[in-house]
Design a binder for this molecule. Structure first.
Ligand SMILES: [Zn+2]
Length: 252
């Protein structure tokens, strides 16, 4: 039996597919939904509601940005605890046995068959859909800009984080440089380069796979999740980020 039953639907969601803007927004950690076949992974409700299961607020912000930028949005409909779509299948972090302070019993000692089943159920369709979207834009002569949207917890291993928005990049710094320059003049938030994570943490997998591999400009955005707990915060941050991005897009 597969991980997903037919009635749970497609693991990948696409919104605003016929958008005319250049940006493709990607949200790998949009959801805390678990496939029914996996139960609770042995976790408490508290853990399943926390940042280890998803990026709270990230999808809401991405949706508002998709509107204002006229951008297509792609997201994973299931929790990163089952498969973290920002990691390749061979990475231990793709199906973490431990996330921050929480052990994930349902991920302990998975054999290769179990790992393959999750990869096939969640990761491969996500990767294929995004790759196809990029390919079709390239075929139309509309080279896209890949932007991945994330949120991070304000307190990690008991330590408060003062960075509010992280602009992350791998070896292609074009969009990140532009956004950081624009952020400096806007002055609204504490914005930093490659914080609270950076490429050394393995978080640029999607950027590498779909941006760098195609020579497309790309950036990863991390928002501290206490800033985007409600609609007001989500709207302010989305408008702010859409503004930074618009100033940073390369000339067509
Ligand atoms: Zn994330």
């Amino acid at each position: 039996m597969g991980i997903l039953t037919g009635e749970e639907g497609d693991p990948v969601a696409l919104e605003n597919v016929s958008a005319r803007g250049r940006v493709i927004l990607v949200c790998e950690h949009a959801s805390r939904l678990l496939p029914k076949s996996l139960g609770t992974l042995g976790l408490s409700q508290e853990a399943l509601a926390s940042h280890i299961a998803w990026d709270p607020g990230a999808l809401a912000v991405a949706r508002r940005m998709a509107k204002s930028l006229d951008a297509t949005l792609i997201f994973q409909r299931f929790s990163r605890l089952v498969y973290d779509c920002n990691r390749p299948p061979e990475s231990p972090a793709a199906m973490p046995e431990k996330s921050e302070v929480f052990d994930v019993p349902g991920n302990a000692g998975l054999d290769q068959a179990a790992r393959d089943a999750r990869t096939e159920a969640l990761y491969l369709p996500f990767r294929a859909t995004l790759a196809e979207l990029v390919r079709s834009r390239l075929t139309e002569g509309r080279a896209p800009v890949i932007v991945t949207m994330h949120s991070f917890t304000p307190v990690y291993f008991g330590k408060p984080r003062d960075v509010e928005i992280g602009i992350l990049h791998d070896v292609d710094t074009r969009i990140a440089d532009g956004m950081l320059t624009a952020a400096k003049s806007a002055g609204l938030y504490t914005v930093r380069r490659n914080e609270p994570y950076g490429p050394e943490d393995g978080v640029t997998h999607t950027l590498r796979e779909h941006g760098l591999a195609n020579g497309l400009p790309n950036v990863m955005i991390e928002v501290r999740n206490d800033l985007i707990r409600d609609e007001v915060g989500q709207g302010v941050v989305a408008d702010y980020l859409a503004g930074l991005l618009t100033e940073s897009l390369p000339a067509a």
